[in-house]
Design a binder for this molecule. Structure first.
Ligand code: EPZ
Length: 419
């Protein structure tokens, strides 16, 4: 298994590029099920998750080709098998996104329940109750969701908690339901906003995009869309901003949409990091001697993203004082604490609140990735640690970051992928 070897304390300087958003391309690939023809999706990150989703579409009879220009060409005109097998869904929870579009197109679907993940259960009850509200008959058989919904009826839906996946899944069924569907407590993440925009380009009628209330007027037919470009990955961008704050002198993170990172920018400024915002990039000027502690909480968009919680924790180990992070989305998303402490951090957990003692001089050690974002946190900490750090199980990071070691090397990091 590949591992990363990082030689820390190198100052980071220069320009680092951001790829298309993993959490945007996956629902867009699922939405291609509704686009009964060819679709070219550009600015696709080269990730194992994108490959997993393409395998799933091919399993159903779709055609997928990865092009050399970071685009993929999809054709689902001959897709004829509304079935998502366990061996694919278990490797990537986002495979569950195909449920809604399969029901919309075929009136039926059989999709494996997704597994949990490193930090605990990841239920799909909101997805199922939302689809049932549209008239879908759902049963669970041998670990599979068996769904039947030939005549979907619009409905008033209220999610108990904001859910990105459930919003996307129910949305992709509701667009062909008869009548009006209102989704209250809907997700407003930029990735969901892009999904709504593309579905509207396909002829759907969705309003309230960007708010937490989506109103969908069902349509009988959808048009064909031929080209889509994926929005930049705000989580990859935030990861690089935090890495620059921890180890940078001057780093510009380019090809991004700065407004998608408002909450992160606010926290960086609160930590006394010099942030310069430009049209499609952000510059971080930092000397790690004067990082201030912060007390933050994760929340749904536009709040501080849970997907940057681990990375922020690594930065706070370097702050001049004690910080706290309250995790409100996944109460147990803290598997990175033990690994960060191996690098010399001193982080304790009390009731889903991490207490981070700052002013640490980190020292390289052997550590292990446990999930995508925990891996990113370990890289950030290792870049700020004295000596060599070895991060094992980097297959986790390859799920969510496109050639991260090459990108970090361009700004002066000494990070090597080894077998
Ligand atoms: C999406 O996951 C992202 N994944 C996650 O990013 C991200 O952490 C998460 O949204 C929150 O922003 C993709 O977009 C592919 P949720 P998703 O449904 O849709 C609970 C990464 O690192 N819930 O918004 O699965 C759930 O347990 C990944 O890129 C239910 O209880 O997350 C959680 O507490 C990790 N029942 C909360 O809602 C449900 O039916 C939010 O989960 C669904 C969710």
């Amino acid at each position: 298994m590949d591992y990363f070897e990082i030689n820390g304390l190198k100052k980071l300087n220069g320009i680092i590029n951001v790829s298309g958003a993993k959490n945007a391309v996956l629902p867009l690939m699922a939405a291609a099920i509704l686009n009964k023809g060819s679709l070219k999706i550009s600015n696709v990150p080269q990730l194992s998750d994108s490959i997993t989703m393409s395998r799933l579409l091919e399993e159903m009879g779709g055609k997928v080709k990865f092009n050399s220009d970071n685009s993929i060409s999809l054709d689902t005109s001959e897709l004829n098998k509304p079935f998502a097998p366990y061996d694919l869904v278990k490797t990537m929870r986002a495979s569950f996104y195909v449920l809604g579009p399969l029901i919309a197109r075929f009136g039926e679907a059989k999709v494996s329940l997704p597994g949990g993940c490193a930090w605990g259960p990841r239920p799909v009850d909101f997805h199922l109750s939302g689809l049932e509200a549209l008239g879908v008959k759902i049963s669970i058989e041998n670990g599979y969701v068996v769904a039947n919904g030939k005549n979907l009826i619009g409905s008033e839906i209220h999610f108990p908690k904001i859910s990105v996946g459930a919003t996307g899944n129910v949305l992709m069924a509701a667009i062909v339901a008869k009548g009006t569907t209102t989704i209250n407590n809907a997700a407003s993440e930029p990735e969901i906003q892009q999904l709504c925009e593309i579905l509207n380009q396909m002829g759907a009628n969705i309003s309230g995009i960007g708010s937490n209330t989506l109103v969908i007027e069902g349509v009988d037919n959808l048009d064909l869309v031929s080209n889509v470009s994926v929005i930049p990955d705000r989580i990859e961008a935030g990861t690089f901003l935090i890495a620059a704050a921890a180890s940078g002198e001057e780093v510009e993170v380019v090809n991004i949409i700065p407004t998608h990172l408002d909450s992160v920018i606010d926290c960086l400024k609160e930590a006394n990091i010099n942030v310069i915002i430009k049209k499609n990039s952000i510059i971080i000027k930092s000397s790690k001697n004067d990082i201030l502690p912060t007390n933050i909480e994760t929340s749904e968009y536009p709040g501080f993203p849970t997907d940057l919680q681990a990375q922020w924790m690594a930065l706070m180990c370097l702050a001049k004082g004690t910080s706290t992070i309250k995790e409100n989305i996944y109460f147990d998303r803290f598997t990175h604490i033990m690994e960060l402490n191996r690098l010399g951090c001193n982080i304790k957990l009390e009731d889903s609140v991490a207490i981070i003692e700052g002013d640490k001089s980190l020292v390289g050690a052997d550590v292990m990735s446990t999930d995508i974002r925990a891996s990113a946190a370990l890289i950030i900490a290792a870049l700020s640690a004295k000596g060599v750090t070895k991060i094992s199980r980097v297959y986790h990071i390859d799920r969510g970051y496109d050639k991260i070691e090459e990108k970090l090397t361009t700004i002066g990091a000494e990070i090597f992928r080894k077998k």
